[in-house]
Design a protein around this ligand. Structure first.
Ligand SMILES: NC(=O)c1ccc[n+]([C@@H]2O[C@H](COP(=O)([O-])OP(=O)(O)OC[C@H]3O[C@@H](n4cnc5c(N)ncnc54)[C@H](OP(=O)(O)O)[C@@H]3O)[C@@H](O)[C@H]2O)c1
Length: 289
């Protein structure tokens, strides 16, 4: 079973362990307000994006919903060509609260189902992911959330979820970019068939000039941009990516990754940029309300 995505921009699908498949490139919509997100989603759909990565915590699900409705992607055959992810707020983890929160997200998005529902943060100091997961399974059984995922889960969190529910999520969305590669987490996910999705794939822009010009030199050699070099590196690693841009020209650029390939040396030079430079928060201690 696949979601039957049409890939106008030649974006490959990544097959997930639950039988669904997700477009490898999506648009992230963090830090865009509810009004502002409408034209951003519309221009992305026009550019060929068929995957939107949102969250209740971004406070713009209603705007995403209005954009999908205005462009006809919220119903019927067009809806089936689109992948929509949303995430549960940490404050709404738990069985009943997750079901209620999901209902609200679906209404705001003006959708009948979402393609993926994710636990946003594991909050290991206030663990409720086991009860939350049981609610997620109910939503999946009812066809309301097709794929179940988590974000920011470290191997200890994944093991705990597995021990307490018997399940591995289909996807783990983690901070991942050249200067923060999280190789142990990636290896653990691969071992258990969990697809890795990179958030902040360009470190929010900080990696564009990483390695004292390494990225820029590779970009010049291929006549592409530094952003395209980093995103191409992720693609070649088999990672799902959700770069965010509010600009139509950058959205197009970030999708245009399939007309060139890194040489083995170039790929290795980016591998070698790994370092201790997290752009976001530490999942061991962070909660996102
Ligand atoms: N699950 C989680 O906990 C979590 C956490 C963080 C993020 N995320 C998800 O991941 C998505 C992406 O992460 P992110 O937004 O943190 O970082 P990112 O995608 O690595 O970087 C976004 C930044 O890079 C700029 N940019 C985008 N394309 C560019 C290009 N071609 N050239 C130059 N600059 C470019 C953007 O500016 P402009 O917009 O001005 O173009 C923005 O400032 C988020 O939107 C969200 O969906 C999830």
């Amino acid at each position: 079973m696949t979601n039957g995505h049409i890939n106008p921009a030649n974006v490959p699908d990544i097959a997930l362990k639950d039988g669904h498949s997700i477009p490898q490139v999506g648009l992230g919509v963090l830090r865009i307000d509810d009004e502002g997100v409408v034209p951003v989603v519309e221009s992305a759909l026009e550019a060929g994006y068929r995957h939107i990565d949102g969250a209740a915590g971004y406070n713009n699900e209603a705007g995403v919903g209005r954009a999908l409705a205005a462009s006809g992607y919220n119903k019927g055959a067009k809806r089936e060509t689109l992948w929509v992810t949303t995430k549960l707020r940490d404050s709404q983890q738990g069985y009943d609260s997750a079901l209620k929160a999901f209902d609200n997200s679906l209404k705001l998005l003006q959708l009948d189902y979402v393609d993926m529902y994710m636990i946003h943060w594991p909050t290991p100091f206030d663990w409720r992911s086991t009860d939350t997961w049981k609610a997620f399974v109910k939503l999946r059984d009812e066809g309301m959330a097709r794929t179940l995922g988590v974000c920011n889960f470290m191997p200890a969190d994944l093991k705990r979820l597995h021990e307490e529910t018997g399940a591995w999520p289909a996807v783990n969305q983690i901070e991942l970019h050249p200067t923060w590669q999280q190789r142990e987490v990636v290896a653990f996910c691969k071992e258990h068939g969990i697809a890795v999705e990179a958030y902040s794939p360009m470190a929010r822009g900080a990696d564009l000039n990483a390695g004292d010009g390494t990225i820029e030199k590779i970009a010049a050699a291929h006549e592409v941009s530094p952003a395209q070099v980093i995103l191409r590196w992720h693609i070649e690693n088999g990672t799902i990516i959700i770069p965010k841009s509010v600009h139509a020209d950058r959205q197009k650029e970030n999708l245009n990754l399939f007309g060139f390939a890194l040489t083995a040396d170039e790929h290795a030079a980016i591998d070698a940029l790994d370092g201790p430079t997290r752009a976001g928060h530490d999942p061991l201690t962070f909660t996102y309300a």
